[in-house]
Every structure is written in structure tokens, then in C-alpha cells.
Design a protein around this ligand. Structure first.
Ligand code: BG6
Length: 296
């Protein structure tokens, strides 16, 4: 059986390689483990809450309908940071393919966190599709506006925590020349550095990055993660470093920031706006692919 379901999780095992697996928690439909031939690719905090008491610190939490904390929209401003999808238990919709194994999860106001739904009372339907390839993990989202008369406006983001051997030896490539909003400096500018490197807390929203740009995480000259995006023009790059890690109760071990970097494909520079009956699709594909420095 390449797909197993229990009360809290769904586990996929690749039929051609039993060491290639992924695990998804129904809470948040959070992918919290992805092993490629026995090697874990995602970072998961040892202090992550897996019991639905808090969004999972690690893996791929799903951010919807708002990225960060909104202060201006009448309804979105009432939601906590990063919205309600990562704080809701999703419905397991089942397996849709055997090789590669593909499963789906669904969320709508009828299943979502009740308290938060009261604060953001819109009609929508989300379907998350997770595909475990031999060499990749694809997560795809479809958002539908199921209302008869109201527009739906939202952000989407895959908050992907990637596992790395050493942050100080890590570079993130192919973002050079892109406009960004630096959340640390609270300033927008164009990144002129050839690669992103890490020496302190870094929290940047790269905006409207051409989808042809393949973002890579490079360790000592080797690509250890390759992130391809479809319909996800923005990419947040985040590492909390020493102080911010100390301040997060569920971030363990405290020096765990050395072994993680978040590369988060999303649509956050603006809202996606759907008219009644419209749908929107996007996906990310994670793999280890050849090094591709791209000319900008
Ligand atoms: C990132 C943001 O996407 O998520 C950071 O850019 C934020 O500013 C981080 O600190 C973690 O957020 P949270 O809500 O999971 O602690």
C-alpha cells in the first residue's frame, strides 16, 4: 500500500523506493516530513506541536487567506498572522493516483477552525494535492470562490522549511535583480547581490520574481534544494537566527536555525481576487536538481 491513513496523518511511500516517503498531518494539511531515498529534506522543530494546539513549526505549513498580520482589511485584520488554513483540520479526500502516489485534502468554512471562520466569514473551497515523485515533491493548491455574490480576496503561501547542513555555508540563488521588501529594514529595494547568504536574522519578501527563475539552495557548491513555482510570483526567504529563535517557544533546539532555511513561494505582493464561481491554481515542486545559475 503506497498510501496509509490514520486518525491524524496520511503517509505516502513511493512504490519504487520504500525510502522515499512523505507524511502529512491532517491538522493544517501540513507536510511535515519528506524523505528522498532515506534522507529527510524538510526541517521540523523538535518542539513542534503535532496535536492541533498550534500550527506546526516546520515542514510546509499553508498560509491562507492572509500572509503576515493584516492591519487594514475589515475582515482579514481580525485573523491571526498567516490566516486560518494552518490552524484548521483538513478533510482527507483520498488517493487520486498510485504511481506516483497522489493524495488530496480539502478545506472550506464547514471544516475550518470555527472561531477563525466567524472572524472571516467567506465562502471558499481549497483542495491541496500532494504528489510524491521518485525525485520530487509537488504541492498544488486550488482555491475556488463558492460564494454566489461576494468576491474572495486572499494571499496564498507554501511556508516551506528546508533542511540544510549549515546556514553559514548556505546560499540561495537566482533571486538577484529582484525587487524585495526587507522586513528587517522595513524597506523595499532591488537585491544586487549575486546570491543570498546568511549572517543574521533575514526576512525578505522577493516580489514578482519571474516563474522561469528556479530558486536553488546551494551548499558548498551543490544544489541541495531546487524550488520551482507556478503562479506563485513571490518568494519569502527567512531565517530567524539567534534571538528570534529564542523567542519562539516551539522552536527547538534553539540553535536549530543553523539547520533550516525557509523558501516560501507565494502570492503575497497583493491579493488574488476571485469573482463568484472562479478558481485559482498554483503549485511548487521541490527537488534536488542540477545547479542552474541563471543569467539575469
Ligand atoms: C515568515 C515571515 O514567512 O514567517 C516572518 O516572513 C515570520 O516574518 C515567519 O516570523 C514565522 O511566522 P510564524 O507565525 O510561523 O511564527
Amino acid at each position: 500500500m503506497s498510501v496509509q491513513e490514520n486518525d491524524n496523518e496520511v503517509i505516502l511511500v513511493h512504490p519504487e523506493n520504500s525510502k522515499t516517503t512523505t507524511k502529512i498531518l491532517k491538522y493544517g494539511a501540513t507536510v511535515f516530513s519528506w524523505t528522498l531515498n532515506g534522507e529527510e529534506q524538510l526541517w521540523l522543530s523538535r518542539g513542534a506541536k503535532m496535536d492541533g494546539s498550534k500550527p506546526v513549526r516546520g515542514g510546509i505549513p499553508l498560509v491562507f487567506p492572509v500572509f503576515g498580520k493584516n492591519n487594514s482589511d475589515e475582515h482579514l485584520s481580525k485573523l491571526p498572522q498567516h490566516g486560518l488554513a494552518r490552524n484548521s483540520t483538513w478533510e482527507f479526500l483520498g488517493q487520486v493516483s498510485a504511481n506516483p502516489p497522489v493524495v488530496q485534502f480539502g478545506l472550506g468554512p464547514e471544516f475550518a477552525n470555527e472561531e477563525l471562520t466567524k472572524l472571516w466569514p467567506f465562502d471558499y473551497s481549497l483542495v491541496l494535492t500532494v504528489e510524491l515523485g521518485k525525485e520530487h515533491l509537488k504541492t498544488a493548491i486550488e482555491v475556488a470562490n463558492t460564494s454566489r455574490n461576494e468576491t474572495l480576496k486572499f494571499n496564498w503561501l507554501f511556508h516551506t522549511y528546508l533542511k540544510i547542513p549549515d546556514i553559514e555555508e548556505t546560499m540561495v540563488s537566482n533571486l538577484s535583480g529582484s525587487k524585495l521588501y526587507d522586513q528587517m529594514l522595513q524597506q523595499s529595494y532591488v537585491d544586487r547581490q549575486p546570491v543570498v547568504s546568511f549572517h543574521e536574522e533575514l526576512d525578505r519578501i522577493y516580489q514578482q520574481v519571474d516563474s522561469e527563475r528556479i530558486i536553488q539552495v546551494v551548499d558548498k557548491g551543490h544544489p541541495i534544494h531546487t524550488v520551482q513555482r507556478h503562479n506563485l510570483p513571490d518568494a519569502v526567504v527567512w531565517n530567524p537566527w539567534v534571538e528570534k529563535s529564542k523567542g519562539m517557544a516551539d522552536f527547538e533546539p534553539k540553535d536549530g536555525f543553523k539547520e533550516m532555511v525557509c523558501v516560501e513561494p507565494g502570492y503575497v505582493h497583493d491579493f488574488v481576487v476571485l469573482q463568484p464561481g472562479q478558481t485559482w491554481n498554483a503549485h511548487q515542486v521541490l527537488s534536488k536538481a542540477d545547479l542552474q545559475y541563471q543569467i539575469v
